[in-house]
Design a protein around this ligand. Structure first.
Ligand SMILES: CC(C)(COP(=O)(O)OP(=O)(O)OC[C@H]1O[C@@H](n2cnc3c(N)ncnc32)[C@H](O)[C@@H]1OP(=O)(O)O)[C@@H](O)C(=O)NCCC(=O)NCCS
Length: 138
């Protein structure tokens, strides 16, 4: 059995993967738009079944990684790392000589080590303050 990485994802796969890790489902129209607007989108399949996803939103200067999920049945097998490394490679390929950009993310509590193993580092509070958020709900 071989893991395959692909640059696409559908709404059903997205919500099923979220459900597999106990996250809420998102409105299907929003998900469809979010997938379309993502600058990089990745999924991992095995025997045509989708077992992991990750995507990046961004504009060439800043990239933001979101929705990193591996089905619990397949965790700790290197699939999460495979997804992140594939996004990083795509960003490197999009970045020309002499250009700079950054890939950012907000780690859930306890997942920092996973991202460190993928080559990310914690942002020190020497320079930045807290990340900030404002939620909109209608
Ligand atoms: C976080 C998550 C994506 C990791 O995926 P995964 O496929 O299990 O991770 P990998 O097997 O690729 O792990 C890569 C490395 O990170 C380590 N690692 C993975 N999860 C870890 C954790 N929670 N704490 C510490 N180390 C972790 C692995 O041991 C592995 O180390 P190694 O390279 O030395 O062997 C997965 O656990 C998940 O989907 N969790 C639920 C959703 C979630 O929290 N997503 C992240 C939101 S920010």
């Amino acid at each position: 059995m071989e893991y395959k990485i692909e640059n696409n994802l559908n709404v059903q796969e997205y919500n099923l993967l979220r459900k597999s890790v106990g996250w809420d489902s998102k409105d299907i129209n929003l998900v469809e738009e979010a997938i379309k607007s993502s600058i990089i989108i990745k999924k991992v399949t095995i025997n045509n079944s989708t077992i992991g996803m990750a995507r990046a939103i961004g504009d060439g200067i800043y990239y933001f990684i979101v929705d990193v999920v591996v089905d619990p049945k397949y965790q700790k097998k290197g699939i999460g790392k495979m997804l992140i490394e594939s996004i990083v490679r795509d960003v490197e390929n999009r970045t020309n000589d002499g250009q700079k950009c950054s890939i950012n993310l907000v780690s859930m509590k306890g997942k920092e080590e996973f991202y460190e193993k993928c080559g990310f580092r914690k942002i020190s509070f020497d320079y930045t303050g807290y990340g900030m958020i404002r939620r909109i709900e209608k």
